[in-house]
Structure formats: structure tokens, C-alpha cells
Design a protein around this ligand. Structure first.
Ligand code: LLP
Length: 437
């Protein structure tokens, strides 16, 4: 998919770059991002919303993959940006991302983070709870500012997804609960804060969702709430943010719809619900992360050792693992992979791909069909663009890989590989431990 293909040498090629050349030039493990595919996904969102005729913002959820180069692409494609920490905010601002298109999320923004965002004049704060509402109002007041807010509500819609990544149920750490009346109270209270400009509400029902029904249910709930609030409190929402969560295909059996179909389901359902109620059509915002970058990323590893346990399984070990992709260990996520330097070779054996961390659970793929591989071969694991680099760690003091963006035969470094000095860069030995005996 995307610009990936197998070239005349039988090598995997992405963005016109031979992955064997990329491995030689940049080393492995290496995150490779198919820039054309990222831009294509961004355009699918923007064009689908444009076709709806509604006012909209497509905010890339930078938590999926926050690096300055990605912020630059989001900016060029006319996206907005969702950030959830000072680190993501700083990344965006340093990349020159327009502050007015930045939305700040999170259930425990610190006063320092809020002040940083206020000083930058970001476009919108998504307020998660009462404490934050009061803090934000006070800090904005200190600076003589009035800031745009959405209130995050928990609509009580449970999307079909892995338990760990559901955020829409009632028992969630996020947002004001709709079912028990908390959201209603929050609207009244937000409306009364002198330094907050209430634009509307936000809801996010989960991640890696394939069906449109969950989103339609969320729209029904939010629209019902909007109508009630308008009738009873005379407050009209100008913005409805429906979060992210649009699924992608990692492996066979994953059945995402084209982006245009999610957008159409949402915008149709907004039009129906709000028009029927005689409600002025709100602006629709979404926050896709995974579906913007997930399938544009490939991780390239070098195969090292292998171990055959007769009658049980064969392990092949790669030069990365749960440090660059913790998702299999955390969520039992499934991935597909090929031998990148002999991509046309017949599949001859079933192997389990292990990482190099000192942890038995550090397995990237269980039962992968591969050609017979040997030490030095390259393994390409697909769909690693989202929540891989973003969730990478230095466990075992393993260095985080480099990230390259490839397009039309050009490969450009977006993140340098960490050095051993980066690993100890923040270490200090307290003076009392430096005494010689
Ligand atoms: N908006 C909000 C408020 C969110 O909490 C999230 C994801 C998104 C947008 C973007 O969702 P997406 O379109 O990427 O599904 N680490 C997990 C995923 C956690 C998602 C958290 N929130 C994973 O690797 O699957």
C-alpha cells in the first residue's frame, strides 16, 4: 500500500527508496515514514469534510507521532493539532505550527503547561474536569485573557476496541459524565466563568474503531445534550468535537472503512440531528491520530540471532523490540512483516520475532511466515507509524531509533538516532558518591 513496492532487486522500496539502502545509510532499527501516504490521509480527511459543506477542523492528534517534521506536514496540509502536554506543545510551536490551530487536551494539565499555552495564545483548551476549569479561568484572568474552551464529555458510548484503549464509558478518568448530569452542571459552570469562552463540547469514544455506529451513537448523544442545553440554558454550541479513533488495517481481519465513509457518517448524522431540532449547524472537529500516520510507518530491523526449539517454535531476534514498539507487549497488538531484502523469496518457515530486551514478553510478532532468514537479513514491520516512536522507551538503556521521511526517492532524517551520550545525558553522579575510598 502507499508507495511501498518490491523493486527489481527483490527489495522492499518505500517512497522510491530501497530499504536496503536506507539500512546502510541510516542503520537499524529505523522508522521509515511514507510522506506521500501521510499527506494523502490528511487530504482524505480535509476533502471529505469539505464535501459535507459543514465548517470543520481536522486536528491531527499528535500523541500518535509527535515530531517537528510531522507538525510541519500537518501545518502544510491545513490541519489543526491536538497536543496533550508541554512537550507536544513545545514540539508544535518550535516547528512553527500556528498556535491558533492548536488544541490542548489532557486530564491533568499543570499550571505551568496552562501558562505556556496561554502565553502562546493557542486556539482552544479542551477542559476535562472542574478543577481544571477553575484553574484555567484563574490563570487566564491573571493574564487578562479570555480563552476558547470545549468541555470534554463522556457520552457513555463504548466502542468495540481493546479494553485498555477505551475512553468513552462512564467509568473513565476523562471528562464530564453525560449520564449522571455532571456534564450539564459543567456547562452551567463554564458559562459562568468570566475568562472562558465556551465553544461547545468534545467527546472521544475510543481508538482503532471500525464501525460507524459508535460515532453515530456519540453524535446522537451529543446532539441530544446540545438541544437540551439550548432549550434550558439558552447556550448554543458552535463546535462539536468528536475526537479520533478511526481504525486502520494492521493485519488481515482488520476491516477499517475508507476515511471518507467515517466522515460522511459523522457529518450526515450531525446534519440530521441538528437540522431536525432546528439547531444552527455547528462546526465539526475531529482528532485522528492513528489513521493519519499509522499505515505510513514501517520499522526496519536487522535480524541477528535465532533459536530453534524443536517441535515448539523458532525465534528470530531483531535489533529492536518493545523499546521501539511496546504495543504487542502492552496490548497484544498484531503486526505483519516481510523480509525486506528478499521480499520475493518463498515463505518457508514460521517464526516468532523476538526483540532484544531482557524480558520474555518482548516479542513483536508470534507465528510469522517468512522465507528462511539469516543473520544480517532485514525485517520490515508494517503499520508502525502511530504510537510506536511516540511510545518508545530507553528500557535496558537501548537507544531510540532514527526516523526518516521518504518521498520520491529522497530520504530525509526527521529524528536522529540517539547516541550513547544521549543515554547518559541527564545522568549525574551525586558528589558524595564520587569520593574515593
Ligand atoms: N483524541 C483524544 C481525546 C484521544 O484520547 C485520542 C487517543 C485521539 C484523539 C486519537 O485517537 P486515534 O485516532 O489515534 O485512535 N496508545 C494506544 C492508543 C491510545 C489512544 C489514546 N487517545 C495504542 O497504541 O493503540
Amino acid at each position: 500500500h502507499g508507495t511501498s513496492k518490491i523493486n527489481a532487486q527483490g527489495h522492499l522500496e518505500i517512497g522510491g527508496c530501497d530499504t536496503a539502502d536506507l539500512a546502510a545509510q541510516f542503520g537499524t532499527p529505523l522508522y521509515i515514514v511514507d510522506e506521500a501516504l501521510v499527506r494523502q490521509r490528511a487530504r482524505e480527511y480535509v476533502e471529505s469534510f469539505r464535501a459535507s459543506g459543514l465548517k470543520f477542523q481536522v486536528a491531527y492528534a499528535s500523541k500518535a507521532f509527535s515530531v517537528m517534521a510531522m507538525c510541519a506536514i500537518a501545518e502544510q496540509e491545513g490541519l489543526s493539532l491536538d497536543v496533550v502536554s508541554d512537550g507536544e506543545l513545545y514540539t508544535a510551536l518550535k516547528a512553527g505550527f500556528p498556535a491558533a490551530r492548536i488544541h490542548f487536551h489532557g486530564n491533568n494539565k499543570t499550571p505551568e503547561e496552562i501558562n505556556m499555552a496561554l502565553d502562546a495564545n493557542i486556539g482552544c483548551f479542551v477542559v476535562d474536569n472542574f478543577d481544571e476549569m477553575h484553574l484555567l479561568n484563574a490563570l487566564a484572568g491573571d493574564k487578562g485573557k479570555k480563552v476558547n474552551v470545549l468541555l470534554r464529555i463522556t457520552p457513555g458510548v463504548e466502542a468495540h476496541t481493546h479494553e485498555y484503549i477505551s475512553t468513552g464509558q462512564t467509568d473513565s478518568k476523562f471528562g464530564f459524565d453525560l449520564g449522571n448530569g455532571t456534564a450539564y452542571k459543567a456547562i452551567q459552570e463554564a458559562d459562568a466563568q468570566p475568562n472562558l469562552e465556551l465553544l461547545g463540547v468534545h467527546s472521544h469514544i475510543g481508538s482503532q474503531i471500525f464501525e460507524v455506529e459508535g460515532f453515530q451513537m456519540a453524535v446522537d448523544k451529543v446532539a441530544g445534550f446540545a438541544v437540551q442545553v439550548r432549550e434550558e440554558l439558552n447556550i448554543t454550541f458552535r463546535v462539536i468535537n468528536l475526537g479520533g479513533g478511526f481504525g486502520i488495517r494492521y493485519v488481515e481481519g482488520d476491516t477499517p472503512l475508507p476515511i471518507s465513509q467515517y466522515v460522511k457518517a459523522i457529518t450526515d448524522s450531525i446534519k440530521t440531528n441538528f437540522s431536525n431540532a432546528g439547531y444552527p449547524l455547528p462546526e465539526i472537529w475531529v482528532e485522528p491520530g492513528r489513521s493519519m500516520v499509522g499505515d505510513a510507518g514501517t520499522t526496519l530491523y536487522t535480524i541477528g540471532t535465532s533459536k530453534e526449539i524443536p517441535g515448539v517454535r523458532k525465534y528470530i531476534a531483531v535489533d529492536g523490540g518493545m523499546t521501539d514498539n511496546p504495543r504487542p507487549a502492552l496490548y497484544e497488538s498484531k503486526y505483519e512483516a516481510i523480509l525486506a531484502n528478499r521480499a520475493n523469496a518463498p515463505l518457508e518457515e514460521t517464526v516468532t520475532v523476538a526483540g532484544k530486551c531482557c524480558e520474555s514478553g518482548d516479542k513483536l510478532i508470534i507465528d510469522l511466515e517468512l522465507p528462511k532468514s539469516e543473520s544480517g537479513d532485514l525485517l520490515a514491520v508494517f503499520c508502525t507509524g502511530a504510537y510506536n516512536y511516540a511510545m518508545a522507551s530507553n528500557y535496558n538503556r537501548i537507544r531510540r531509533p532514527a526516523v526518516v521521511f521518504v518521498k520520491d526517492g529522497a530520504a530525509d532524517l526527521a529524528v536522529k538516532r540517539e547516541s550513547l551520550d544521549d543515554i547518559i545525558g541527564n545522568d549525574v553522579i551525586p558528589a558524595r558518591m564520587q569520593q574515593t575510598s
